[in-house]
Design a protein around this ligand. Structure first.
Ligand code: UFG
Length: 335
């Protein structure tokens, strides 16, 4: 059985990916520093899959601990989620973002090089494209200068991996996520935002649950049909499955280049107001919202061209936006 290291495996996307990996028969070892996750998630994963993944509480910024881990574990592949991910916070704390997101990546790659470990999957983001000139966004779209230190860590991360693949023969895939939402159908794992949510869906579900008074829709004067910004919202379970497909591609040596990248989205854009309406319909909840000014740094529209991921990874999304919103709501109710 192949042993896969999942860093950040107790986080939102990480935990759903661990579930899918175990369901697909992989042996999973998680590293997480619990800086933005809860240890209880481990038990939830066991409840869903019937198997407790191995867990190591390690801070990947501590090189010695990373080396010790690899001294004691034989790993066949790595899916690297562990990173800070709040755009606004990254503007206030750039050094923390560079240290955490870049430092941990470099240490992992050094261990892989030194031990000839292959097969690396990187959590990237459609943020690398900025406001693309053409929609839907293909992998050919130019990389735009990052709007935030967070976005920059994803761009620099991809460059570090590209250089390492070239110099050291590593095989890697970068998955550029669009907007992951939703929760596992069991409602045992989901997104756990700390404090006031910055992302749309947790804010929506918390408003419906009465935790927040009102949702602010940031801007209704964008150049879109209803004036609100458009994103590609993908069910987190579909996103998790893309990682399994990418990993299989590397393990079976089906990759065409030693560094590949794929857009992971649904291909369909939804506006903020469409999300509000879809949420109300899917959950039978009335949502209290108001139109507010635009949020700084936001782009007008982004949605993926998924052709490359569909054909090369032999993967496509299976779940609808209604299912995603409903699962997010079921998860919220359990909190
Ligand atoms: N929005 C609101 N009200 C809110 C929160 C969000 O109207 O309370 C709007 C935003 O303005 C935006 C849309 O909902 O138009 C989606 O916003 P999110 O914050 O959920 O997602 P973003 O697209 O801004 O950001 C996400 C990830 C980032 C990633 C980025 C790439 O959170 O990590 O996609 O585009 F970098």
């Amino acid at each position: 059985m192949k042993k896969i290291l999942v860093t950040g495996g107790l986080g939102f996307i990480g935990s759903h990916t661990v579930v899918e990996l175990q369901n697909a028969g992989f042996d999973v070892t998680i590293i997480d520093d619990l800086s933005n996750s809860k240890i209880e998630v481990l038990e939830s994963i066991q409840e869903i899959t019937g198997k407790l993944p191995e867990f190591h509480q390690i801070d990947l910024k501590v090189k010695k601990d990373v080396t010790d881990f690899f001294n004691n574990n034989n790993i066949d592949g790595i899916i690297h989620f562990a990173a800070f991910k709040a755009v606004g916070e990254s503007v206030k704390k750039p050094l923390e973002y560079y240290e955490n997101n870049i430092g941990s990546l470099v240490y992992l790659l050094q261990e892989m090089r030194d031990r000839s470990i292959d097969n690396f999957i990187f959590s990237s983001s459609c943020t690398v494209y900025g406001q693309a000139d053409e929609l839907p966004i293909t992998e050919e779209a130019p990389i735009k200068k990052a709007e935030s230190p967070y976005g920059n860590t994803k761009q620099i991360g991809e460059e570090i991996i590209r250089d390492t693949c070239k110099a050291n023969g590593l095989n890697a895939i970068s998955l550029r996520y669009f907007n992951p939402i939703g929760a596992h159908e069991s409602a045992k794992i989901g997104e756990l935002p700390l404090g006031v949510p910055q992302n749309l869906i947790p804010y929506v579900t918390q408003t419906a649950a009465g935790i927040r008074e009102q949702l602010s829709v940031f801007g209704d004067d964008y150049n879109t049909p209803d004036g609100t910004a458009i994103r590609d919202y993908i069910h987190v379970v579909d996103l998790a499955k893309a990682h399994i497909a990418a990993l299989q591609r590397l393990l079976q040596k089906e990759n065409k280049n030693n560094f590949e990248f794929f857009n992971v989205g649904t291909g369909k854009g939804s506006s903020v107001l469409e999300i509000v309406t879809a949420f109300e319909k899917a959950t039978n909840q009335k949502l209290n919202y108001k139109i507010a000014p635009r949020r700084e740094g936001d782009i007008t529209a982004a949605y993926a061209d998924t052709n490359l991921a569909n054909s090369e990874l032999n993967w496509k999304t299976e779940k609808s936006i209604e299912e995603a919103l409903q699962s997010a709501w079921e998860w919220q109710k359990k909190q």
